[in-house]
Design a protein around this ligand. Structure first.
Ligand SMILES: Cc1ncc(COP(=O)(O)O)c(C=O)c1O
Length: 477
């Protein structure tokens, strides 16, 4: 529970010190990202860099990029960040783009853009469709829902990259966009963007590359001499790319980019209402007010790190990734899913009677914040430079966890393992949706009920017990 009662505003303001102390106390229950015990959510470089970002953010804390004429500084930051990112992706002289609030916005926008581009070319109404790999980030399914575009999932091959022949077969007259990830969130695999680019060109359909995760890492792995399959504007069929500065760009949260090959595409992203009583209104992206602080911090992060800094980070990140992957492979009973191209990957069990989610529970109990994936089931890793200091602890805890679960297989039928196992195997997905909706309503109710079970996992015990009551235990538990 966040609150035990409805909270009302204090009658008179409290002392700043008192407020800050209370806030710090609330933070005491949060996951520990400073010690690199989390594997997503926070891309933390070090305290020095964070303090610098705070200064940069603070300089433009109140400024609003809603009106670029009023705050020319922010427009300059935006133009610079976009140009630097576009050139990193070999965008050419015509490349354009906008800063956005994050990866989700940078995935939502191309759907809107290409839907309206397609509509502008047709006289009759039609139901637009887009084709995305089954491993596409969930932001794409959100975009489909928000913008009324039917999403058609292309299956993955056994290496977890999209099956391009399947994509080709799904194309029809209503297809407004193809998409590939560089890399995908669940498995860290780069889709065959070169092949998708050929298909996109043959059919004259825009191709977006979701490089929200990899955008600020892959180019530097390549500069360091690593092998990176082509994924950017060097491929003629790629029409746009999204890349998050607030992930491997190590900027403050609230900064991503969406870059288009040319204005021919991006013009369809712009919103203009010439009749609004508040005045003629124009905005380039989803938000109205756009926070100056995150623009400033994005600009500052790129200038502070530069190519050399990003290359050093990439070297460190990939070194830690190698150590983790070889360490995991060396633990009997575990295997990596596919052949990840980057520092993001998932692993599961190679022995039938080992339960990966039970292993995750053991890791949680040892103080880690572990992310789970489904279809196939696995535990997820996203490496940042800070993880260098915990590699051996993580691997030794993982080995212990595997041994514990091997000696007590009944752990697979308990706690979060049972819940995740059941959710992953449940055939009636609508029921899960209904239960999660109930959980969301509780979480966003006036009391802010926190449906946690004492662990880190975002699904409630109540949801699990509901499943248990209705469907009994799953076969595998
Ligand atoms: C490939 C990919 N696209 C989009 C997103 C969405 O980014 P955000 O969480 O910043 O909205 C993510 C987030 O992890 C991602 O991995």
């Amino acid at each position: 529970m966040i609150n035990t009662r409805m909270k009302t505003m204090p009658e008179t303001g409290l002392e700043h010190a008192e407020i800050l102390a209370q806030m710090k106390q609330y933070g005491g229950e949060d996951v520990n990202y400073q010690d690199s015990r989390t594997w997503s959510l926070v891309y933390h470089l070090d305290e020095k860099h964070t303090d610098f970002l705070k200064q940069a953010y603070g300089l433009y804390f109140s400024e609003n990029a809603l009106n670029p004429m009023a705050f020319k500084s922010l427009k300059r930051f935006e133009t610079d960040v976009i140009n630097m990112t576009a050139s990193m992706f070999h965008g050419g002289k015509k490349a354009v783009g906008t800063l956005t609030s994050g990866g989700t916005e940078s995935c939502l926008l191309p759907v809107l853009t290409y839907r309206d581009l397609a509509k502008s070319k047709r006289k009759l109404p039609f139901r637009p469709e887009m084709i995305v790999p089954q491993s596409a980030h969930v932001a794409w399914s959100k975009a489909a829902k928000y913008f009324g575009v039917k999403i058609r999932y292309a299956p993955l091959k056994s290496d977890f990259s999209v099956d391009v022949e399947a994509v080709r077969k799904l194309i029809n007259r209503r297809t407004i966009l193809l998409m590939g990830s560089a890399p995908s969130y669940p498995h860290g695999v780069i889709d065959p963007i070169g092949e998708l680019s050929n298909v996109a060109q043959q059919h004259n359909i825009p191709l977006h590359v979701d490089a929200c995760l990899g955008g600020f890492l892959l180019p530097f792995i390549e500069k360091n001499g690593g092998t990176v399959p082509p994924f950017d504007f060097r491929l003629a069929g790629v029409t746009s790319i999204s890349a998050d500065v607030h992930k491997y760009g190590f900027a403050a949260k609230g900064a991503s980019t969406v870059i288009y090959r040319s204005m021919k595409y991006m013009q369809h992203q712009f919103f203009i209402d010439e009749d609004w009583p508040g005045g003629v209104f124009a905005s380039p992206a989803l938000l109205g007010t756009r926070p100056g602080g995150s623009f400033a911090a994005a600009w500052a992060a790129i200038h502070a790190l530069g190519v050399k800094g990003y290359c050093e980070n990439a070297r460190q990140i990939m070194k830690v990734t190698d150590q983790l992957q070889s360490g995991i492979k060396a633990i009997e009973g575990l295997k990596i899913l596919g052949k990840p191209d980057m520092s993001v990957f998932a692993f599961n069990c190679s022995e039938e009677n080992l339960n990966i989610f039970a292993i995750g529970d053991q890791m949680d109990a040892l103080g880690w914040h572990i992310d789970r994936v489904q279809r196939p089931e696995g535990l997820h890793i996203m490496v940042t430079p800070g993880h260098a200091k915990i590699v051996s602890q993580y691997l030794s805890d993982l080995k212990t966890s595997v041994e514990t679960v091997r000696s007590k297989p009944e752990l697979g039928a308990k706690g979060n393992a049972a819940m995740y196992g059941m959710i992953a195997k449940m055939p009636f997905r609508g029921i899960i949706k209904k239960e999660v909706l109930k959980m969301m309503k509780a979480l966003y109710s006036p009391t802010g009920d926190m449906p946690m079970d004492g662990g880190n996992n975002p699904l409630s015990v109540r949801v699990m017990s509901k499943f248990m009551q209705r469907f009994g235990r799953s076969k595998n538990n």
